[in-house]
Design a protein around this ligand. Sequence first.
Ligand code: XMP
Length: 517
Amino acid sequence: MTTPPPVLVVDFGAQYAQLIARRVREANVYSEIVPSSMPVADMLAKRPAAIVLSGGPSSVYEEGAPQVDPALFTAGVPVFGICYGFQAMAVALHGEAAHTGNREFGGTPLTIAAGGGVLLRDLEAHQSVWMSHGDCVTAAPAGFTVTAGSPGAPVAAFEDTERRLAGVQFHPEVAHTPHGQEILRRFLYDIAGLEPTWTSNNIIEEQVAAIREKVGTKRVICGLSGGVDSAVAAALVHKAVGDQLTCIFVDHGLLRAGEAEQVEKDYVAATAINLKVVDASATFLGALAGVTDPEQKRKIIGREFIRTFEAAARELDAEDHVEFLVQGTLYPDVVESGGGTGTANIKSHHNVGGLPDDLQFQLVEPLRTLFKDEVRQIGAALGLPEEIVMRHPFPGPGLAIRIIGAVDEERLEILRAADLIAREELTAAGLDRTVWQFPVVLLADVRSVGVQGDGRTYGHPIVLRPVSSDDAMTADWSRLPHELIAKISTRITNEVREVNRVVVDVTSKPPGTIEWE
Ligand code: XMP
């Protein structure tokens, strides 16, 4: 797919590279991540608009520490060094870095020199920035102006605007550096001279053109899961090739209240997409009967999903040959799998294996260069329903892994009722966007004694698991207001007859996971 010349974010092995790439895109400039092991010639072959050297865990003078090839600085490409990248840049250009023993970690006072250069101009002279370093730059390379310092880093920012090179010791990409995004923008616009042209509308236009070119007049299918990625991928392809696209929605009967209807009615109303709905809930529930092991549940759901999808795809193919399959693969999946080409696995749906080899389609992956927040913006720009675009992540195997114990229709109904109440109240409290995900779990094999009205009850507990997170790799339990938890608890125990106890999970990840299973 066509993309503009990228700002390359060179990953020195820190967890910050993806965040930097996202921040660059938030400044409406296209970015891509490359490993620091990539030779400079290969980086330059990508015709980069600029290069950002990320932070990393190494110490610059340590044996085996990733270095920066000085050739990077003579190619005429603007470069911005951050933290380790800043030190590596200083060393490569014959400045000095040293292990002074003055470690700085966390919020650190920065003092901006008079003027502040281009990068820090007009910012308050004293401000807090996020630091995380043991080494520091002790002498800037020749030709650079030092524009800021901190107690542990005498050279905390430098720039050579003529050569379009700059760097900072702190992390402008994290929210704890209040002016970080402004500083990054100044590098991109004022030092590198880039234009903020990477916008939802431009992305849509480019992708639509690329999809048209790839697909031509051939037919395309796409599996919808109810989640945002497949919904946006399909909408983009539909905008490009209209009725050449048919979507397949396998209703496995494990979705939450109202979600199948969202796909079948609201999504279709918003897009006018051709949708083939396969109601396979009876098959899935039959195959899951009596199964309690979560991995076993996943395997069964994966297997049944592939069978059902394959049958539907073959039917469509028999009517009129299908050449392409749309996948909602996102950029983080591409980066995390080493940038590989990817095979036809419907990962977002169930995380188990791919379609059989004899069902070969060419892939169309219009979200392959995008981060989740960009996908949401594009979904909104394409007019998709807010309930789909802003939907919290939801596991492919659905409510099956939120029922601890065997899955059956009665238990699903109990969980759907409780889950709906939790979602309604979270929305009413205006907290949908502060919470990353809010699993509601039914401990179906646990019972405890309660008292309701005049009678003794012997019901099931429901677990509330609201978490905050950036990427689901780590998470913390959300500190929801007590009044909100009280309201959810009261409503669930009043309205869902089989539940007589509501508990809140106060475990972070690690050691817990987000889902209970
Ligand atoms: P855990 O429970 O491992 O979850 O902390 C991390 C994220 O992954 C989601 N999740 C799944 N998604 N298939 C999926 O498509 C699965 O089997 C699965 N298990 C967990 C979970 O909801 C969270 O966002």
